[in-house]
Design a protein around this ligand. Structure first.
Ligand SMILES: [Zn+2]
Length: 198
């Protein structure tokens, strides 16, 4: 196999001074011993090889190509199991609109209690929370929805899902410590709490 770097029109070759340049003449093209060697050069000169790929001129097929930003996103989504989510033009995940019946179902399932702060709320105050976030492969389906109050859900939306629980614990611990008048009692409670949540 003859390994070259090309964009379908130009080939990378070495000029008389031993510098990497572009040529349309395939005969001049620099032939690499291994695919790895060609890839290494592409990594070394990303701007010069933008749009280029490693090609086998005998078998006529692409051996390696750099992924575009879009392809990288798609690959990551496949890995996360969320290849089929629909996105809006700004890249955010498009969410389903749920019917009144579906909303009532979720509300009743949780007895109208916010699943983040535990407060009793009205159906009209309910905000639907994806228990497993869509960005982490959660399904957009009633089975993955919980009843939350709007302030809680908005708060949660602004914190990365994997950090959410720890952040809640930190806030509670810090605020209680700041506001308590029973410093000694808090010291004991703090220790007990830590052993429960860590
Ligand atoms: Zn709440």
């Amino acid at each position: 196999m003859a390994i070259v770097i090309t964009n379908g029109e130009y080939y990378i070759y070495l000029n008389e001074k031993g510098k990497h340049r572009k040529t349309k003449n395939v005969v001049q093209a620099l032939q690499y011993n291994t695919v790895r060697e060609a890839i290494n050069y592409m990594y070394k000169a990303p701007a010069k090889t933008d749009g280029f790929y490693v090609y086998d001129t005998f078998e006529n097929h692409v051996l390696w190509k750099r992924l575009s930003r879009q392809e990288k996103i798609e690959l990551q989504e496949q890995k996360n199991g969320i290849a089929n989510v629909k996105r809006r033009s700004d890249g955010r995940i498009r969410r389903k609109k749920y019917s009144k019946t579906a909303r009532t179902l979720v509300y009743e399932k949780y007895n109208g209690r916010c699943q983040l702060c535990g407060r009793q709320i009205l159906l009209s105050e309910m905000s639907l929370d994806h228990v497993k976030p869509l960005s982490m492969g959660g399904v957009d389906d009633v089975s993955n929805l919980a009843c939350t109050c709007m302030p809680c859900n908005r708060f949660k939306a602004n914190i990365a899902p994997e950090l959410f629980e720890n952040r809640i614990n930190d806030i509670f611990m810090y605020q209680t410590e700041k506001n308590t008048k029973h410093k000694l009692k808090w010291k004991i409670a703090h220790r007990l709490l830590l052993s429960c949540i860590k």
